[in-house]
Design a protein around this ligand. Sequence first.
Ligand SMILES: [Zn+2]
Length: 283
Amino acid sequence: MPELPEVETVRAGLEKYVLNRRISSAHSYHLRAIKPSSISPLAAVVGAKIRAVKRRGKFLWFELDREFTLVAHLGMSGQLLISSKQLPDQSHLRARIELQKAAGLAGKKSASDEIRFIDQRTFGWLSIEQMHDQVPTSVAHIAYDPFEADFNLKEVITNISSRKSAIKPAILNQEIISGIGNIYADEALWRAKIHPEIICEDLSEDEIKKLINSAKAVMKSAIKAGGTSFDQQYKNVNGASGYFSRSLSVYGRAGQPCSRCSTLIRRIAFANRSSHFCPRCQR
Ligand SMILES: [Zn+2]
């Protein structure tokens, strides 16, 4: 599932192509491609100019010269590809947003002129939404991610340290801290040497601080690597995979030796997900 580094890679990729371009047509091809709570059909964006491509956690949105915004969530397997109109449709094409030619490209054949939303598992969606306090409706309840200027490390530590749940679901809770999913949670817990099932209130504030800083550090490295394409579902806007999967320390490495202590990495089913950890380093 795309997490913060993958969504940020897509956002930055889109920004290069779509800024200040007008949308000339928009079509959806699957019932689940548009979120049921969308205030308009996708066609409402036709004629709008894209002012910015923003992100919080795993949500991204296109700021338009309109009262509303176009939000995208990649779900489990969503891709937003910049594609030439001439290319044949992909088999899981869910929506298509055509862009007018970029200024300065008049006369030239623009090779990258539509955004294609492709989603094999159909958990991703697009949605037309109002803005509230500079974020779309569906993002209003999402906590700041650690790369935002308003992210308050101290508040997040205080919030987590009072909880009676295990630490892993706490850092996956998008209303406490956003952007972290299963892969980067496992990696951050390994870096901070914390067992995924430890109860939050049994951790010291320093341990929680180390964990959040580890999550930020591992996601920063993953952004540099273009994200993690663990199951080959995640692609950047040009259809290329990220290469951070080579740098994973525990995720997907069950039965292989821990790079710190050589103990074999374990995989356990926990809170409806699998957790990967080193039974010796993480206690
Ligand atoms: Zn170890």
